[in-house]
Design a protein around this ligand. Structure first.
Ligand code: CA
Length: 308
């Protein structure tokens, strides 16, 4: 009996050492629970009727949002790996068995160890699962736009109304256009002719000059961000079984896609290399930890065999 108990304990220890997911056994670390910005609620004019606006952004209408918290940065590979290790998230397996080279753009298990880059190639369910594990949720698109526009300030871009350039965001500049062409991917016109230094995704928060009024980073560029909202036209005339994404991406070659009011939409199982997310939380709910910054290390946990 004793040896059987011992064997059982040893086996359990081996499983843990092996990094086998133990569902519900690993609490999110404080740096994942925190890292949020408090945004006071209010009323704002949602949408745009500027010449650059698409029909989906019209008409402008008044929306009131309650106070909430929003992640300061997009969710990183490092944070997502903690969730996978806890058994609460699935590995992103985008394009693994498909022809072409799309998988090379996915940051999970990337040869460059992109731990501080945003997790990408995740679908709506994977994004939702991560936020739920972190005691958070995806932001609604109303909350997202309110935050990006600086509350009622009505900003065209998170930083203000100046046109995007290589100092403000990670979009598709010359570096990206050249990289895509070199990888025999589709070449498209860059948004700016200079290099922003990042041909694909960049580590989150690499563009402090592009911060929003509240200090939220990368609300334009880097990766499109899933929201909790199903797409519907603002006049209510048409709904689709698609979810709204906001904020443009590293592949953006058109400044219009990086505007705070622009709406992208995809079916929930989409998991392309341009897609990521950040989480939100009701204001006043227990944040579960101090508002700690994420670690700056670039190595995953030692026993994270399922790590990135
Ligand atoms: Ca770039």
């Amino acid at each position: 009996m004793i040896s059987r108990v011992f064997l059982g304990l040893a086996l359990a220890a081996m499983l843990a050492m092996d990094g086998t997911p133990q569902p519900g056994s690993t609490k999110p670390p404080a740096w994942i629970l925190g890292n949020m910005v408090e945004i006071s609620g209010g009323t704002f004019a949602m949408g745009s009727e500027s010449p650059e606006a698409n029909d989906s952004e019209k008409p402008v209408h008044s929306v009131t949002v309650k106070s909430f918290r929003l992640d300061r940065t997009e969710v990183t590979v490092q944070a997502y790996a903690e969730c996978v290790r806890a058994g609460a998230c699935r590995e992103p397996d985008a394009y693994r068995n498909q022809p072409g080279n799309y998988h090379a753009f996915c940051n999970w298990k990337h040869p460059e160890k992109r731990l501080l880059h945003p997790i990408n190639c995740v679908n709506f369910q994977q994004a939702s699962a991560f936020c739920s594990w972190a005691h958070k949720r995806l932001p609604t698109e109303e909350e997202w736009e309110y935050a990006a526009r600086g509350g009622s300030e009505g900003r065209t871009y998170p930083w203000g109304n100046e046109k995007p350039d290589q100092s403000r965001l990670n979009a598709c500049g010359k570096e990206c256009s050249d990289n895509l062409a070199a990888k025999r991917f589709l070449r498209w016109e860059p948004l700016y002719q200079t290099s922003d230094g990042w041909p694909e995704t960049s580590p989150v928060g690499s563009f402090p000059a592009g911060a929003s009024k509240h200090g939220v980073l990368d609300l334009a560029g880097n990766v499109w961000e899933w929201t909790a909202s199903e797409f519907a036209r603002y006049d209510g005339s048409h709904a689709e079984k698609k979810y709204v994404l906001r904020g443009g991406s590293w592949g953006g070659g058109d400044a219009r896609t990086e505007r705070t009011t622009n709406r992208f939409r995809l079916v929930p199982d989409s998991n392309a290399q341009f897609l990521g997310f950040r989480c939100a939380q009701d204001s006043g709910s227990d944040q579960g930890g101090a508002n700690q910054s994420p670690p700056t290390g670039t190595q995953p946990s030692e026993n994270a065999t399922t790590g990135p």
